[in-house]
Design a protein around this ligand. Structure first.
Ligand code: SF4
Ligand code: SF4
Ligand code: SF4
Length: 316
C-alpha cells in the first residue's frame, strides 16, 4: 500500500457535520447534548462543540468571511474548516512520546494511538503544531486519562474501507486515496478556484517543508479557514529525535548491565545462621563465629552453640 491521505475540499463542504457524527459513531465516542457543549459561555456559533476534545476527534469549524462577489447580497460568507489531527509526516508527537502510545503507520503514514500505552504525560500535546491531542479525564479524580485524536480510521483502512468521515460525506468534500494523486487533485482544484477569482485559494499539507496526510483545499486562504499556515515544531522535538536512539541504546545497556549484575549475584551465597534463644547470640555456621552478640552470658563455645542450634527452630 502506498502512502495515503484524506483530502478536505472546503469549496464542496456544506458544513452538514455528517463527518463529525460518523466519527463519533464509528469510534463509539459519547456525544453529550448541550448548548454548543459550553452552555455557560454560549457564543451563538454554529461550531459545536467549540473545539476537538477528549471525546471529539473531529469538528467542522465555522469561520465567517466576506461573501464572495457573486453572493454580495448575503451578509456574510462561510469559510468552513476541518479541525482534526493532520497526520504529519515524521510526526513530532510520535517523536516525543516516551511510551510508544503514538506510532506512524508505515503503509498509510497515518498516526495511530494505543490508548493503553499512554501515560498521560502530555508531551505530544506540547509538540503538536496543530494543538491536537486531547485527554479525556473520565469521571472522578482517579479516572484513567486517555488520549483522543483521529487515527485516520486505520482499523477501517486496513480492511479496505475508507475512513468513516470520508464514507459519509455526501457532496464529496472528503476523499481518501493515494497521497500523491490527492496532492495533484488539490492543486488542480486551487488553480481552478483562482481562475474564478478566489485569489487566496491554496492547498494546505502539500508543502515539502511540512507534509501531512490530511490535505486541504482552502477556498479563501489558510487563515480564513482557521488553518495553521506555517506549522512550528518546538526545538525540543528535534533534540528528542537525536537523543531517542542514544537514550534507547543507553537503556539497552542498562538492561544488559542489570542482567550481568543479576548473573553475578547468582554466585553470591548468603551465610547460614543459627540463633541461640537463651543467650540471644547469632552465629555464622559456616565461619564458626558469633556475628551478633546476644544479651545473655554463657559458658558454651561457638561450636557448642552451632551443634546445639542447627536444626532447632532458630536455625535458618
Ligand atoms: S460530511 Fe462532508 S459536507 Fe458534511 S461537514 Fe463533513 S466534510 Fe462537510
Ligand atoms: S497533527 Fe499533532 S497529533 Fe496529529 S500527527 Fe501532527 S503532531 Fe501528531
Ligand atoms: S478518519 Fe476516522 S477517526 Fe479520523 S476524523 Fe475521520 S472518522 Fe474520525
Amino acid at each position: 500500500m502506498s502512502e495515503k491521505a484524506i483530502l478536505f475540499d472546503s469549496s464542496k463542504c456544506t458544513a452538514c457535520k455528517g463527518c463529525q457524527v460518523a466519527c463519533k459513531c464509528w469510534n463509539e465516542l459519547p456525544s453529550p447534548t448541550e448548548l454548543n457543549a459550553c452552555a455557560a459561555n454560549f457564543t451563538g456559533t454554529y461550531q459545536n462543540p467549540p473545539d476537538i476534545n477528549g471525546i471529539t476527534r473531529l469538528i467542522i469549524s465555522f469561520n465567517e468571511t466576506e461573501p464572495a462577489a457573486a453572493l454580495a447580497t448575503k451578509p456574510i460568507g462561510w469559510a468552513f474548516g476541518r479541525r482534526s489531527c493532520q497526520h504529519c509526516d515524521n510526526a513530532p508527537c510520535v517523536a516525543v512520546c516516551p511510551h510508544g502510545a503514538l506510532t506512524q503507520d508505515p503503509d498509510t503514514g497515518f498516526v495511530n494511538v494505543d490508548q493503553a500505552q499512554c501515560v498521560g504525560c502530555g508531551y505530544c500535546s506540547s509538540a503538536c503544531p496543530f494543538d491536537v491531542p486531547r485527554y479525556d479525564g473520565g469521571d472522578g479524580p482517579l479516572a484513567q486519562l486517555h488520549l483522543e485524536k483521529c487515527t485516520g480510521c486505520l482499523d477501517r483502512v486496513r480492511h479496505g474501507m475508507e475512513p468513516a468521515c470520508v464514507a459519509t460525506c455526501q457532496p464529496d468534500a472528503l476523499t481518501f486515496g493515494d497521497r500523491d494523486e490527492l496532492v495533484a487533485t488539490a492543486r488542480e482544484k486551487v488553480a481552478w478556484l483562482r481562475e474564478r477569482g478566489y485569489e487566496n485559494a491554496c492547498v494546505a499539507g502539500d508543502s515539502e517543508d511540512y507534509p501531512t496526510h490530511v490535505l486541504h483545499v482552502l477556498k479563501y486562504g489558510c487563515e480564513a479557514h482557521g488553518m495553521v499556515e506555517h506549522p512550528q515544531v518546538p526545538a525540543t522535538v528535534e533534540m528528542t529525535r537525536v537523543m531517542k536512539p542514544i537514550t534507547g541504546a543507553l537503556s539497552g545497556l542498562t538492561v544488559v548491565g542489570l542482567a550481568a549484575m543479576f548473573g553475578l549475584a547468582a554466585g553470591y551465597k548468603r551465610s547460614k545462621l543459627a540463633y541461640n534463644p537463651e543467650t540471644g547470640d547469632t552465629i555464622d555456621v559456616d565461619k564458626g563465629v558469633v556475628v551478633k552478640q546476644g544479651d545473655g552470658q554463657d559458658e558454651m563455645s561457638v561450636m557448642e552453640h552451632i551443634t546445639e542450634n542447627i536444626g532447632r527452630k532458630g536455625g535458618r
